[in-house]
Ligand binder design. Structure first.
Ligand SMILES: [Ca+2]
Ligand SMILES: [Ca+2]
Length: 531
C-alpha cells in the first residue's frame, strides 16, 4: 500500500472519524486505520533514515543478519525501539555467597549428628567443639564462635538439637565461608564485624593453640595479645577505616585463610600475619619502653622518644590531633592507647602498605582537602631542615627538594599530591621519611638510588618491611633480655623486670618458672580493657 501524504490527518476517511471524535462521539479506531497507522509510522522511520544517510534506499533486512545477539533494546534501521523485557536475567549478585546446588546439606547435618552421638549425652562442651567444627567441614578455630552461636556460652555446652537447628539455618541461608563466619561472630541483625566480636575466637586461640601454651598460663597477658591481634586484623582488613569489617572487606582479605592455617601450623610465630606471638612481643615491648608510668597510655612526649626522637614533633602533633582516629572513636586529648600505638608502630615501620600510606597521608593533609599542597610539604620539611642544621648538615633548599619529590611521585595534577599518586608511585616510604623521619631520610639519601629502585621492583613473596622489622627487633629484645638476666643471676637482688619474657626463653624452662616470672611482671600492669 502506498501512502502519498506525510500526515494521516490529511486522510479524508480519518478526518471524518476525527470530526466525530471532536463532537464527543464514541470513537473506536477501525482496524483498517490501525493497520494504516502502523504502516505510516514505519514509513516515517524509513524516511528519516534515508535523510540521514543521504541514500535513497536502505535495505530493511540489515537487522536480522546481525551476528551479535539481540539486546532487549531492538534497533530498527538504527532507531531504538523499546521492546518490553521478556528475557529472564538470572540473579548475579549473591551477598550471602553463591548457593551450591550440588551441596547436600542434609548429608552434612547427618554427619554432624553422628559426631554428637559419640559424645556423652550428645552434648559438646567447648573442648569438644573442635570435632564438631570438623564435622561441619569448617576450620578448627571456628569452634568458639560456633559454640557461642549455638548458645553454649550460657549453659557451658551445646546439645545436638540446638546446634543442628543453628547450623541448618546457617547452611540454607549463607553460602560461603565469609558470610557464614560473619553470621557466627556478628551481633544479631548485624552484617559486619566490630572489634569486640573477635574476642571469643581469639580467647579460644590463646587457650588452645599449641604455640601459645606458655601464654595460656599468664592470663594477665591474654588481653594484650588479643588487643594486638584485633588491631592487626582491623589494620589490614578494615580498608574503609570505619571500625566495622564488611563482608566484602573480609572476602578481599587473607584473614580466613590465615585463620585456617592456625590448625596446621603449631609454631604460631610462623604465621606472621595477625597471630605471631613474636610480633606481639615486639609491639608490646616497644610500647612498654615508652609508657614510663605503665598506665597503658602514652602522651606526645612519650611517643616522641620512640626510636631516639626519629619522628618529627610536627608529625607527632598531627597524630595526637585526631587525624588518624577510626570510625566514631574519639581520641582522648593528649593520650594514645596501646591499640592506637599498634597502628602507629606498623605504619612507622612499614610505610609501603596501603593502610600506612593512608595513615601518613591523613597526618600530612593539614587542611583535610584530600591533597598534599606545597605549603603542607613545606611545613613538615621546615622542621627537618632545623634538625639537620642543628646536626651540622646543610639541608637541600625546599625548592630543590620539591623538584626531587615531584619527580619521585609524579602526581597527575601539577603541584597537588593525592593518595592515589602516592599509592601508585611505590615510593611512598621515601616520600614520607623525607618529610618527618630524619634518620630514615638520611639513610635513604646515602643509599644507592639504583638499589632503591631494585628494591621496589622486587615484587615477589619478599617479607614486608614490617615482617623484617619485627624479626630484627625480636632478636635484639631477646638478646637484651638474656644479657640482663645473666647480670641478675650474678647478683642476689630480687629479680624484677619490666617486660614480658620472650617465649623462646620460656620454652627452654619449666612451666613453673614461666608462670612465676610472668606474674611477677604482670603484677604492676593494668588490663588494657580496664578503661
Ligand atoms: Ca603512661
Ligand atoms: Ca591538603
Amino acid at each position: 500500500m502506498m501512502i502519498k501524504e506525510t500526515s494521516l490527518r490529511r486522510d479524508p476517511d480519518l478526518r471524518g472519524e476525527l470530526a466525530f471524535l471532536a463532537k464527543g462521539c464514541d470513537f473506536v479506531l477501525p482496524s483498517r486505520f490501525k493497520k494504516r497507522l502502523k504502516i505510516f509510522q514505519q514509513t516515517q522511520i524509513q524516511n528519516k533514515q534515508e535523510k540521514k544517510l543521504g541514500t535513497p534506499l536502505v535495505p530493511a533486512s540489515g537487522v536480522g543478519s546481525s551476528p551479535r545477539p539481540l539486546s532487549p533494546l531492538l534497533r530498527v534501521n538504527n532507531v531504538a525501539i523499546n521492546v518490553p523485557l521478556s528475557i529472564n536475567i538470572p540473579q548475579f549478585y549473591f551477598p550471602k555467597g553463591l548457593p551450591d546446588t550440588c551441596a547436600n546439606h542434609e548429608q552434612t547435618l547427618n554427619r554432624i549428628e553422628l559426631a554428637f552421638m559419640e559424645l556423652e549425652d550428645q552434648k559438646a562442651d567447648i573442648y569438644e567443639m573442635g570435632k564438631i567444627a570438623k564435622a561441619c567441614s569448617c576450620p578448627f578455630y571456628w569452634k568458639a564462635p560456633m559454640f557461642s552461636a549455638a548458645g553454649g556460652e550460657r549453659t557451658g555446652f551445646v546439645s545436638v538439637h540446638s546446634f543442628i537447628a543453628m547450623w541448618r539455618k546457617l547452611l540454607y541461608n549463607f553460602h560461603d565461608d565469609a558470610s557464614k563466619f560473619v553470621n557466627l561472630l556478628a551481633k544479631p541483625n548485624c552484617s559486619c564485624l566490630e572489634q569486640e566480636d573477635f574476642i571469643p575466637l581469639l580467647q579460644d586461640v590463646v587457650d588452645t593453640h599449641p604455640g601459645l601454651t606458655f601464654l595460656k598460663d599468664a592470663p594477665e597477658f591474654h588481653s594484650r595479645y588479643i588487643t594486638t591481634v584485633i588491631q592487626r586484623i582491623f589494620y589490614t582488613v578494615n580498608r574503609s577505616w570505619t571500625g566495622k569489617i564488611t563482608l566484602t572487606e573480609l572476602r578481599k582479605s587473607n584473614f580466613l585463610q590465615t585463620l585456617a592455617l592456625l590448625e596446621e601450623e603449631e609454631d604460631i610465630n610462623q604465621i606472621t600475619d595477625y597471630f605471631s606471638y613474636e610480633h606481639f612481643y615486639v609491639i608490646y615491648c616497644k610500647f612498654w619502653e615508652l609508657d614510663s608510668d605503665h598506665d597503658l597510655y602514652i602522651n606526645q612526649t612519650d611517643l616522641s622518644r620512640y626510636n631516639d626522637q626519629a619522628s618529627s614533633n610536627r608529625i607527632i602533633e598531627r597524630i595526637f590531633s585526631g587525624a588518624v582516629t577510626r570510625g566514631n572513636v574519639v581520641q582522648k586529648e593528649g593520650r594514645m592507647s596501646y591499640a592506637d600505638f599498634v597502628w602507629f608502630l606498623i605504619s612507622e615501620e612499614d610505610k609501603r602498605n596501603l593502610t600506612s600510606i593512608e595513615y601518613w597521608f591523613r597526618c600530612m593533609d593539614l587542611d583535610g582537602d584530600g591533597v598534599l599542597s606545597m605549603y603542607e610539604l613545606e611545613y613538615f620539611y621546615e622542621e627537618q631542615c632545623e634538625r639537620m642544621e642543628a646536626m651540622g648538615i646543610e639541608p637541600l633548599p625546599f625548592h630543590d627538594l620539591l623538584c626531587q619529590m615531584l619527580d619521585l611521585v609524579k602526581p597527575e595534577l601539577d603541584g597537588k599530591i593525592t593518595l592515589k599518586d602516592l599509592k601508585r608511585c611505590r615510593m611512598a616510604h621515601i616520600f614520607y621519611d623525607t618529610f618527618f623521619n630524619l634518620e630514615k631520610y638520611l639513610d635513604h639519601e646515602q643509599r644507592d638510588p639504583f638499589a632503591v629502585q631494585k628494591d621496589v621492583e622486587n615484587d615477589g613473596p619478599e617479607p614486608s618491611d614490617w615482617d623484617r622489622y619485627a624479626a630484627e627487633e625480636y632478636e635484639i629484645l631477646v638478646a637484651e633480655e638474656s644479657a640482663s638476666e645473666q647480670l641478675q643471676e650474678g647478683s642476689f637482688e630480687e629479680y624484677e623486670a619490666d617486660e614480658p619474657v620472650p617465649p623462646s626463653e620460656l620454652g627452654n624452662k619449666g612451666d613453673k618458672i614461666v608462670i612465676s616470672g610472668l606474674s611477677e611482671k604482670c603484677g604492676k600492669l593494668h588490663s588494657v580493657d580496664e578503661e
